[in-house]
Design a protein around this ligand. Structure first.
Ligand code: 5GP
Length: 338
């Protein structure tokens, strides 16, 4: 046993110090970025916020709505292939998600969706630390050399490097910070998310790789802190949950007719999700996700405006004319204990 005593930080532990600036208006701030990918060799351009690959968030309708703002969506992995094929998916702004799957299935899905010009894959497992997962990334990379691969989740630099060396272009960072996550409570495992971002970004950038900070953002200021900490992309679940784009027309009607107007947002390892997709919680497992009730928030475009407005303002406060400059301009101050 070993104890690390250096203090690690969460979003709530810090604030970004304001700095003198030449910027005249937050309207001048450029949020779109272009990234080079270390393996796929193709660029990604857009506002680097990604809707989480959860069935209550990473929907086809969310994909269409966010693409209007040049933002990304990791489509959840439970869509029937023909439904995805029929939908007019934006290839530029969509990731197609897989767990550790049969490589032939992945080939088949990507071949079928070829007409949508999908070139981004999200390989998502709760625990990205297994050798099995690293081998799987290597295999997918070998079969799809030109596709952008985002893979995770991990929370430490060693494993960020391992996933990039195995073939990931973007590493998804976050173990336990999610708003519908029970991992820390059920297993005691986790890593404070702001420190995870800082340390994993440093590791990834050293190998010309990228990271996506996944989980724990509760408000626009947290998104700004994640970018300031060095995240290239930020993935959002709870902040994008509860919108019109998250549900079917029938579900929307039901919520509008209900007394409380609350919408269920549940973890993909929750009992609700496992009952829906895996025939229940397997006897050797425990649920590591919870069900959260969120208010119905209307169309996602209003929330997007708030998030992007907050981000532009954060950039203005530190004199960053581009999102790209935010982490270079940012100094965090650690708040004193309450
Ligand atoms: P949020 O933005 O809601 O704080 O976090 C979203 C992230 O939580 C997702 O992208 C995913 O990484 C994580 N997540 C989703 N469902 C579960 C779950 O059931 N258990 C755990 N441990 N994490 C989850």
């Amino acid at each position: 046993m070993r104890i690390e005593t250096e203090r690690k930080l969460d979003f709530n532990d810090v604030l970004i110090r304001p700095k003198r600036s030449r910027l005249k208006s937050r309207g001048d701030v450029e949020l779109s970025r272009t990234f080079k990918t270390p393996h796929a060799g193709v660029d990604i351009t857009g506002v680097p916020i990604i809707a989480a690959n959860m069935d209550t968030v990473g929907t086809l309708k969310m994909g269409a709505a966010l693409a209007e703002h040049d933002m990304f969506t990791a489509l959840h992995k439970h869509y029937p292939l023909d439904e995805m094929q029929k939908a007019n998916i934006s290839g530029a702004f969509s990731f197609v998600t897989f767990g550790i799957d049969d490589i032939n299935k992945i080939d088949n899905v990507l071949n079928t969706l070829q007409s949508n010009s999908i070139n981004k894959i999200c390989l998502d497992v709760a625990n990205g630390y297994t050798e099995n997962f690293v081998d799987f990334i290597r295999d997918v990379r070998k079969h799809h050399p030109g596709k952008i691969i985002m893979a995770g989740n991990v929370a430490t630099p060693d494993m960020t490097e391992a996933l990039i060396l195995a073939g990931a272009d973007i590493v998804k960072v976050g173990i336990g910070p999610g708003s519908a996550c029970m991992t820390r409570a059920m297993t005691g495992i986790g890593y404070p998310q702001l420190s995870a971002i800082i340390e994993c970004a440093d590791a990834a950038h050293g190998l010309s790789g990228l990271i996506c900070a996944d989980g724990g953002c509760r408000m626009p200021g947290d998104v700004a802190k994640a970018f300031a900490a060095g995240a290239d992309f930020v993935m959002l679940g709870g902040m994008l949950a509860g919108h019109t784009e998250c549900m079917s027309a029938d579900e929307l009607k039901e919520i509008k007719d209900s007394d409380d107007g609350l919408v269920e947002y549940y973890g993909m390892s929750s009992k609700v999700a496992m009952d829906k997709y895996a025939g229940g919680v397997a006897p050797h497992r425990a649920s590591e996700g919870r069900v959260v009730k969120v208010e119905y928030k209307g169309d996602v475009k209003d929330t997007v405006q708030e998030i992007l407005g907050g981000l532009r303002s954060a950039c203005t406060y530190v004199g960053a004319s581009k999102l790209k400059e935010l982490s270079k301009r940012a100094t965090f101050v650690v708040k004193s204990a309450a």
